[in-house]
Write a protein that binds this ligand. Sequence first.
Ligand code: AMP
Length: 282
Amino acid sequence: MSSALPVVRDVPALRAEIAAWRKTGLRVGLVPTMGALHEGHLSLVQTAKEKCDRVIASLFVNPRQFAPHEDFDRYPRDEAGDSAMLAGAGCDLLYAPDRAAMYPAGFSTNVIVSDVSTPLEGEFRPHFFGGVATVVSKLLLQALPDAAYFGEKDYQQLQVIKRMTRDLDIPVEIVGCATVREHDGLAMSSRNAYLSADERRVAARLNHIMHDAIKAARGGEAITEVEAEAARHIAAAGFASVDYIAIRDAETLQPIADLSRPARILAAAWLGKTRLIDNMAV
Ligand code: AMP
């Protein structure tokens, strides 16, 4: 059993803890999360621990990145369980602000990152990256860690955060960490808990279809053809619908005609009421 993890719930308490560490010259890492933690989140904590003397995890289900029709109310919440997992992974501090601490009355600022936010997720969840960029810029400025750790699972989000941090001169190193997968290749996600047993079986097909698409693209098949074929396979596997499956420039996420530059395949598809996303290097 690991001992209880200290928790702070507002900015002054967070900064007081960090200031004490800073006095002795310690390097500080931050891992932002929305909780309902799994091995994917813990891998970020482990990577942070390798590079930092102290690691903070934040837990905040950010209302601004959910549209009114999305799953904010039913998003899984288990602070006690999350805290125990973080303590077991060697995390040093939990920062769990409530909504009023993060967005006090009168809060009126929105951080909008253009270009890289626009395609893919930006088309299907137009509110999403504004909410993410706003909360992540706040978390980075509240903690001012040396480095902050994000999963490649949310690849476009990682690119948006890198762009925002550069554009706003936020003095924090942004580190991307590889996607952690289940045994059958399904990318771990807090939303996998929504899946029925049948949906869970279908969900595992997504990563195999993406692997096949990568092979076809590398074999010289036209990218638009590869994308169309992969979308057909996702539908045939039993997904309710496909928001997108696309091979894009790995940095800008704009369409590409060939693989002469680093590329990424990204997908979003629905199983019942659950939306899954995944991506891989091509
Ligand atoms: P979330 O709690 O879903 O907002 O995720 C918090 C952080 O964990 C984000 O940086 C995610 O990209 C990362 N993450 C979520 N799932 C995984 C995974 N399967 N592998 C690696 N990182 C992940």
